[in-house]
Design a protein around this ligand. Structure first.
Ligand SMILES: [Fe+2]
Length: 385
């Protein structure tokens, strides 16, 4: 995130003695990316952020993702997955590779405190509401929010009363598409969203506690760090690196007289993938326009679509509905199911709401993804209607 923000008690100059509300000296932490050559923030802690009292292994990386032995389209039904108790610890892995991993979690419980040490997290809130409490402050979340959590942020999720979450974990940093930004990083006038649409913490979040456990998700598994003091001890921070939120309904769709190409929906990018938003919008208005997408063969991408709300005209009769994930790998030409064109000709608006992840390297399938895969889906284009 490249927009400067200042929250709470911050000194006039960097790297000078600074006293907290109790009169004690605060401890400064530089939280930065890319070898401190990119975005960073300075945080002012009441206690040492390094004061560990114990490290406990929780589990090693399991073989959750495997090569898909049969290349073809899949329909993954998230509604079949069990709720989880702790999204810091448990997620149902759907698809992934070295760049990006997609997992699903529905929960009614507060998570553990955790940090992701190896991956940025872009979390799409499918349903429910609650809070995300972070060392930068608290954020309220509700359906349609994209929550961007920089790698290394300590946080916890607090559903009120439930949350259904699509986790997109990224090896590289999640960012707004470069083509929507000026050279200095301001959103261009033609961008589908802008600074005013973004939300971020606006006050510190302080919690007291000793011997506090934080789960650390990392490249080889999960560890538990026990800190001498509660990590939510930041009285103030400033900089350009912090968690932030864009609601999908603040993404302004680009529509045209005839069908617009998929990149107009692009919302975020990471290393090796992009994220697009399909939001309610008027359909094409040329009298002869075809209102469902053409068949397409994206030979350099595996395509994942999560269907969040509304009706999906191009998937008529396929079994796909709200909560479904479609996986269309490179090597498979895909397009509307039979009957889609006919059912769309009289329509002038779509209420579809979907999140797409296009990965530039092949995705492998998670064990949870395999369990909820609809084996009939691959044949749904060959059924005449
Ligand atoms: Fe597609």
């Amino acid at each position: 995130m490249s927009y400067y923000r200042k929250v709470g008690n911050v000194p006039r100059k960097r790297h000078v003695v600074h006293l907290g509300s109790s009169g004690s000296r605060l401890v400064e932490e530089l939280f930065g990316q890319d070898g401190f050559s990119a975005a960073s923030s300075l945080l002012y802690h009441r206690h040492s952020p390094s004061a560990l009292v114990a490290i406990e292994p929780v589990r090693r990386s399991s073989e959750e993702i495997r090569l898909d032995e049969r290349l073809g389209p899949r329909h993954l039904r998230t509604g079949m997955l069990a709720k989880v108790n702790d999204v810091g610890l448990e997620r149902h892995t759907m698809l992934g590779n070295a760049d990006v991993a997609l997992s699903w979690a529905e929960t009614a419980n507060d998570s553990s405190l955790y940090k992701n040490a190896s991956w940025d997290e872009l979390v799409y809130v499918h349903s429910g509401s609650g809070n995300v409490e972070t060392i930068f402050g608290s954020l309220s979340v509700s359906a349609g929010d994209y929550v961007v959590i920089p790698k290394g942020t300590t946080l916890r999720w607090s559903p009120q009363p439930t949350l259904s979450l699509l986790f997109i974990e990224s090896r590289g940093h999640i960012r707004s598409p470069q083509r929507h930004l000026s050279k200095s990083g301001q959103f261009l006038e033609g961008s589908p969203y802008s600074e005013r649409d973004l939300r971020a913490p606006d006050s510190p979040l302080i919690a007291e506690g000793e011997n506090v456990a934080v789960l650390v998700r990392h490249h080889s598994g999960i560890s538990r760090h026990i800190y001498r003091n509660h990590p939510f001890d930041v009285e103030g921070w400033d900089g350009s690196l912090y968690p932030w939120i864009l609601n999908i309904h603040d993404f302004e769709p680009i529509v045209g007289r005839i069908h617009q190409p998929p990149p107009v929906h692009q919302t975020f990018e990471g290393d090796g993938f992009v994220v697009c938003s399909f939001v309610p919008r008027p359909l094409e208005y040329e009298p002869d326009a075809v209102k469902v997408p053409y068949y397409h063969s994206n030979s350099d991408s595996d395509e994942v679509l999560f269907y969040s709300a509304g009706n999906f005209a191009s998937r008529v009769g396929s079994g796909i509905g709200v909560g479904s994930i479609s996986f269309h790998p490179a090597g498979f030409v895909h397009g509307p199911q039979p009957g889609s064109y006919e059912s769309s000709v009289d329509k002038n608006f779509t209420d579809e709401l979907a999140v797409m992840v296009d990965s530039f390297r092949p995705l492998s399938i998670g064990e949870s993804g395999l369990k909820i895969s609809d084996e009939d889906y691959a044949r749904s284009w060959s059924k005449e209607r």
